[in-house]
Design a protein around this ligand. Structure first.
Ligand SMILES: [Fe+2]
Ligand SMILES: [Fe+2]
Length: 391
């Protein structure tokens, strides 16, 4: 069967499709139109490949320098998946501008959407500039799939994000998975990909910061019940665990051996990786980081209130060794089908929970505490941030 033929010859042809996509999905506010999109490259981490079979050799500047076709295909795939999540998140968030709790939050979301579009743009620029006809086809397809038609490549990116509680949990935890992925790609042997990551990581830090402070403001305000907040944490954190990929993944194994994607803590980690379980290793680091953040939320709770927690890595998983098995979210205890079915409504948001949450948001002005003296997010877009990596 003949492959798809790209309609685009050059990057500027792709930009035309990008403009059309923005119109189609309805993200063309004045503020967004004013933004000038650019492909941004920062410093590459070291000149030599840092890990895997080719360690110590110079990083590759072009696809032709990559030793085998399998390696080129794996790299292309990695860039396609990354780009797909970026455009998908804009599609998921597009209706939330109208219901923002404050002008500050609305302008923050505009900035997040602009930056996610820039991330997708950056990935498509790599595909078009380096991967010939196949790259052009993939860059075009990236603007044809839709989250709301369930056609984005990863589950979490087809989910509905339909209120600001969802959005804060999404940007704190799903964008945090994004930070992990970008950090792992920053060490890539393909230098243009590694160079793409520093600006993207800086931008990602703002998204996580909005989510994390947003959740803290909800906890502080004390009007959304803790049990309801916990359900949203369970939902988005368990989805994020899946985003790290299957256990015993051969593609993660080879991506490491080939130098395409490192571990999250690559330069600091002096030990050889367990190549059979790279995804789960990164997932555990993610779990620990998230658990630390949730402990900080707990400090804002009143004495006697139940405490928030990061769900167990086995809870509500749809891929990997724990997929579709039944575990308690807090204790990780295995459960039989019956007791799990009886209790699942206590752990994940149901239709009634969503209704209750929307009522609180609509009727209780103080459901979220206000953001103290923050600078306009759109005035500071593109400014360097000190803590780009660790937020
Ligand atoms: Fe992003
Ligand atoms: Fe993001």
């Amino acid at each position: 069967m003949p492959g798809k033929v790209a309609k685009i010859g050059t990057f500027s042809d792709w930009v035309g499709l990008f403009e059309q996509w923005r119109k189609d999905i309805g993200v063309n506010t004045e503020e967004m139109q004013a933004f000038k999109f650019e492909t941004l490259y920062g410093q590459v981490e070291e000149g030599d490949i840092q890990f895997g079979h080719y360690k110590g050799r110079p990083k590759w500047e072009t696809v032709r320098q990559i030793p085998t076709q399998n390696m080129r295909d794996a790299l292309l795939n990695m860039i396609v998946y990354q780009g797909d999540t970026e455009f998908a998140s804009v599609e998921q968030q597009r209706y939330l501008l109208e219901s923002a709790p404050s002008d500050y939050d609305r302008r923050s979301l505009i900035r997040i959407m602009i930056e996610e579009m820039r991330h997708g743009w950056q990935m498509c620029a790599l595909l078009i500039e380096h991967f010939g006809q196949t790259g052009k086809v993939e860059a075009q397809k990236m603007l044809e799939r839709r989250a709301f038609e369930n056609r984005r490549l990863l589950n979490a990116f087809n989910e509905e994000v339909d209120n600001w509680m969802d959005l804060f949990a999404y940007t704190d935890f799903v964008d945090r998975d994004g930070k992990f992925q970008l950090q792992m790609l920053k060490y890539s042997a393909f230098a243009p990909l590694g160079r793409s990551m520093s600006y993207m990581l800086r931008e990602e830090a703002f998204h996580m910061g909005c989510g994390d402070t947003g959740l803290r403001r909800v906890v502080e305000a004390g009007l959304v019940p803790v049990w309801l907040i916990q359900k949203y944490l369970n939902k988005w954190i368990s989805e994020s665990y899946d985003l790290f990929g299957t256990d015993h993944s051969s593609s993660a194994h080879w991506a490491y051996v080939w130098g395409i994607k490192g571990r999250y803590d690559e330069p600091k980690n002096q030990h050889d990786p367990d190549l059979d379980d790279i995804n789960d290793y990164n997932r555990k680091l993610y779990h620990d980081e998230v658990a630390g953040l949730i402990e900080r939320f707990n400090k804002a709770l009143k004495p006697g209130q139940s405490r928030l927690y990061a769900p167990d890595v086995r809870f509500n998983r749809t891929i990997g060794r724990w997929a579709n098995q039944k575990f308690h979210p807090q204790t990780g205890e295995p459960l039989d089908e019956k007791s799990y079915e009886q209790q699942i409504g206590e752990w994940l948001p149901s239709a009634e929970d969503k209704k209750l949450l929307l009522e609180i948001i609509a009727n209780e002005k103080g459901w979220i505490s206000s953001r103290a003296a923050a600078r306009d997010p759109l005035a500071t877009i593109g400014e360097p941030r000190k803590s780009a990596i660790n937020i």
